[in-house]
Design a binder for this molecule. Structure first.
Ligand SMILES: CC(C)(COP(=O)(O)OP(=O)(O)OC[C@H]1O[C@@H](n2cnc3c(N)ncnc32)[C@H](O)[C@@H]1OP(=O)(O)O)[C@@H](O)C(=O)NCCC(=O)NCCS
Length: 211
């Protein structure tokens, strides 16, 4: 049972990360591939994400999951809010009976450096002092910020979000685990969000749960 990390966030919200070590048939005993996924490892990631839902909430009805036009998976009656992410050999899921949720897991990579202007506002690049960081700290910080915005994007769930304009993350000192404060703004809607994170030299995990 290779649970990499698990947390009961509150009485109604649980999350977990699975380290994938099993063959496909382990997951297909419980869940099936919802849409055609031809790449074997991507199919394994997809299955592991789905597998976590009834792992976290045994009565979770995975067979009722629908896919919105935005590609967001959801339950028609919204009995549970949920979010899924996967990268490398990790799959993560968060499930809540009461709050909208978003989760993202990312391998720390130098590749985020090339696209930082796409997802960070110029003010964020200055406030986070990205240029003053050594390479590892820079890649960890950028991956964490990317991951945080992906989690917020999934929490929002309606697509059509400019990562640089609609989401701003307050600069803070980064630890191995902690909270990020962020603002999400889209049209007339604006809210503050608290994001939780875990960060190692190789993996970033961020989740958000909020009404
Ligand atoms: C959809 C998106 C968030 C997926 O993130 P990713 O890092 O590529 O992949 P992840 O493994 O973390 O997440 C994939 C899961 O997200 C979920 N998902 C897909 N689209 C979603 C959406 N619109 N809303 C919420 N969740 C979504 C699915 O559960 C999917 O897994 P599954 O197909 O196996 O069920 C991302 O591809 C995306 O479109 N981001 C927005 C793009 C954008 O506007 N970027 C601008 C900044 S450069």
């Amino acid at each position: 049972m290779p649970i990499y990390y698990q947390q009961n966030i509150n009485d109604f919200t649980q999350m977990a990360v699975w380290l994938i070590e099993e063959p496909e048939r382990f997951f297909t005993q419980k869940v099936s591939v919802q849409q055609a996924v031809s790449h074997p490892h991507k199919r394994l990631q997809h299955l592991a994400g789905r597998y976590l839902l009834p792992y976290l909430v045994p009565e979770f009805p995975t067979d009722l999951i629908q896919i919105a036009d935005t590609r967001k998976p959801y339950l028609p009656n919204e009995a549970y809010h949920f979010s899924i992410s996967h990268c490398g050999n990790y799959a993560a899921a968060i499930v809540s009976q009461s709050e909208r949720v978003g989760i993202d897991v990312e391998l720390v990579t130098h590749r985020v450096d090339k696209i930082r202007h796409k997802f960070l506002h110029p003010h964020e690049l200055i406030e986070w002092k990205i240029e003053t960081l050594n390479d590892l700290e820079k890649y960890k910080t950028l991956t964490l910020l990317w991951s945080a915005k992906e989690a917020m994007f999934k929490w929002w769930g309606r697509g059509d979000v400019d990562f640089s304009d609609c989401m701003r993350i307050d600069a803070t000192a980064i630890q191995n685990t902690g909270e990020l404060m962020a603002t999400f703004q889209k049209g007339l809607f604006a809210t503050r969000l608290i994001l939780q994170y875990q960060l190692t030299d190789s993996l970033s995990l961020v989740w958000v749960n909020s009404q």
